[in-house]
Design a protein around this ligand. Sequence first.
Ligand code: PLP
Length: 454
Amino acid sequence: MSQQRTTAEWRALDAAHHVHPFSDAHSLNRQGARVMTRADGIYLWDSDGNKIIDGMAGLWCVNIGYGRHDMTAAASRQMDELPFYNTFFKTTHPAVVELSALLAKVAPEGFNHVFYTNSGSESVDTMIRMVRRYWDVAGKPSKKTLIGRWNGYHGSTMGGASLGGMDYMHAQGGLPIPDMAHIEQPWWYKFGKDMSRDEFGLLAAGWLEDRILEIGPDNVAAFVGEPIQGAGGVIIPPDTYWPEIERICRKYDVLLVADEVICGFGRTGEWFGQQRFGFRPDIFTAAKGLTSGYLPMGAVFLNEKVAEGLAAGGDFNHGFTYSGHPVAAAVARANILALRDEGIIDRVRHDTGPYMQERWRQVFGQFDHVDDVRGVGLIQAFTLVKDKATRTLFPNWGETGLICRDIFFRNNLIMRACADHMVASPPLVMTRAQIDEMLGVAERCMTEFEETLL
Ligand code: PLP
């Protein structure tokens, strides 16, 4: 869209008519939204002409970077040919068939079946319905409870927000819905103080066993977790955690679900986070990197056991008008071909991921109020702390993170504050030179941030 208005005009119109997600309308409208007008590669430009480094790949999603003409070409071709048809009532179309076959090739072995949605939240709600339906069909209708984790994020719909462990979301709109339970997150820095990471991983997985026994294994349908908790602050579990979780789920006949909405499609340097952490779920949810954000699309992947179990029940009364939308499917396919054929994920695994992690530690490790500097592939974080020696966090958890984030934002670098965890998740096409550029800006911002604390 060509620039026809001034920034002030955009802001005024936005404030008058646009209700933003996750925002306090009054404070947003006082300040005015920043107006993003175009993007290319890892950069955005705002309506004042500022060039901004997008250290978050939009919302953890623009994995192949902005400005890809193969994506626009795929969308345009598909719009000309078949802009829409549904996949209800025994119909299909080539775009969704080709995408499904390709996804079966890049997904972990055994995941040959995929259901389409329009977002991560819809994928999670679809999964919740599938899990409960699966146990009904299996003749175990009492297995209804899904166990998630505190501070996990699984979207904003009724099911997703209930399964997620954000208490500020539960506090609005009568959540959680029934038969949702939560366990504590595997956050070694906070909960594992005197233990090795590996010891703590086993302890944290054990909290799942405790909860299953409390609820009763006959009532527990599934355990759901993000391989790395993203919005919860990039909480990277110890290597012992996921294999032990898998063992516990098998022991009590509980389905294991990975929410791969952030970790999927290369973020950790593997196609999926479950491959990085060495576990095999029964179901996994995806969105974001599936289309690199060029169009909305989500997916739920099923292993043979779940696919067959659901099929045995006949009709599954669930679906969306746009499940398997042809244009989104064509764009997703172009995106996956780019990720695969251009070696983008391999580069994250072998080159830019390790380089980012090394430089990230060098740069942030030197600051007095930064600790637990961490990352995998191209997802990384550090925590703002009052005192490193005693691992004391700042009072008013979350306030300091916002101060820090605003300094980055003013300096044209987008990073996110998840409470007092500062997080980055840039496009996977970021080069070594661009990593240096980003960390150069970040280093200056952190110096300014620490000065503001004095
Ligand atoms: N699941 C996870 C792990 C997410 O990070 C998100 C969004 O950030 C969602 C689900 C919800 O996805 P969406 O915002 O596309 O509904």
